[in-house]
Write a protein that binds this ligand. Structure first.
Ligand code: DAH
Length: 341
């Protein structure tokens, strides 16, 4: 075979391809055509196989011609295939009488409860800071809920945590702080955890009190931790959760399980202050340095280890974020409320 003969062969195949392509009226016919031209024993392939009959000097030119042919055939095959597929779909739709202009059936899609959204976001912030998530039982013993947290039976602070007792020495936990004790008894320092969960109090329900609510507890015990570390962590949290437009302050408070104890306030500053909170300080959590008596109770040496903790209300975070003024809305499961978040 000479180069001239090959050129003639290419032209012939090209012409026959162009003539046959419009005749392939469905995908099956198109596939047959593909096999006929590009298949293992197809015409293009056969010509490629004969290239070795040419002089070495002519093979480059022959290769160029054949590749061009192959590329063109491949591309036109794909175009035709797409066109045929589209036509087939349209034909079926017309035949089956679908009216694509009719409105569809609306199916409501659920989403996470606003409290779940807030809890996950808080967890995420602290996971990024290297904390683990720990959990504990909702039915607690008097020991974990009170005694081990330095709140003996006759302690006046028990009034703050009106409890649902469910049996001898057993109650629905009034806060997530007992998880601190459970985790410290199981692990050696350093301990770095957050504990999200449900809490129960025998309060009269009103706009700011619910008998079931959620807290997130934080605990970090290590050597050389001070109040400055606590303040830094809370600052990081406030920045991440509320954004840069909030400032924070600590005010003295009292909890039997921390010494010193503080309550943390935040306040929108600058432009944000013209919004719904109008510049007032809002309490967001209780916090403090873990009382040495608590460390001793779990078998940690208070001379060597210090720690800090805080407890925040998830409902409160959600209410501040979205300007919700009644905690009871979270429990009513009214879609008109839930679909807003
Ligand atoms: N457990 C407290 C409560 O429910 C909140 C709290 C205050 C938790 C100070 C702490 C803390 O860990 O250090 O009112």
């Amino acid at each position: 075979m000479t180069l001239e003969e090959l050129r003639g062969g290419v032209e012939r195949i090209r012409r026959e391809w162009t003539e046959s392509l419009p005749e392939a009226c469905d995908l099956e016919a198109l596939e047959q055509l593909r096999v006929q031209f590009l298949g293992r024993k197809g015409r293009v392939t056969a010509l490629l196989g004969r290239m070795k009959e040419l002089d070495l000097a002519q093979r480059a030119e022959a290769g160029r011609l054949l590749n061009k042919l192959k590329d063109e055939v491949t591309r036109e095959l794909e175009e035709r295939s797409l066109a045929l597929e589209k036509a087939a779909v349209e034909e079926r739709l017309t035949a089956e009488g679908y009216d694509l202009t009719l409105p569809g059936v609306w199916r409501p899609v659920g989403h996470l409860h606003p409290l779940t959204q807030v809890r996950l976001e808080i967890e995420d912030i602290f996971l990024r800071l290297g904390f683990d998530v720990a959990t504990g039982p909702e039915v607690e013993t008097d020991y974990y809920n009170f005694e081990a947290l330095n709140i003996p039976a006759d302690h006046p602070a028990r009034d703050e945590w009106d409890s649902f007792y469910v049996g001898e020495g057993q109650l629905l936990r009034t806060h997530t702080s007992p998880v601190q004790i459970r985790v410290m008894k199981e692990r050696r320092p350093p301990v770095r955890i957050i504990c999200p969960g449900k809490c129960y109090r025998r309060d009269n329900p009103d706009a700011t009190h619910a008998q079931v609510f959620h807290q997130v507890e934080l605990l970090w015990v290590d050597e050389e931790l001070t109040m400055a570390n606590l303040k830094w962590i809370i600052g990081e949290f406030v920045g991440a959760f509320f954004g840069p437009d909030y400032e924070m302050r600590f005010a003295a408070d009292y909890f039997p399980f921390t010494e010193p104890s503080a309550q943390v306030h935040i306040r929108p500053r600058g432009r944000a202050a013209t919004g719904r909170h109008l510049g007032g300080w809002l309490e967001i959590m209780g916090a403090g340095m873990v009382d040495p008596l608590v460390l001793e109770e779990v078998g940690y040496d208070p001379e060597r280890y210090t720690g800090f903790a805080f407890g925040l209300g998830v409902e409160r975070m959600a209410m501040l974020r979205w300007g919700i003024d009644d905690i009871r809305l979270f429990l009513q499961n009214d879609p008109r409320f839930l679909y807003q978040f």
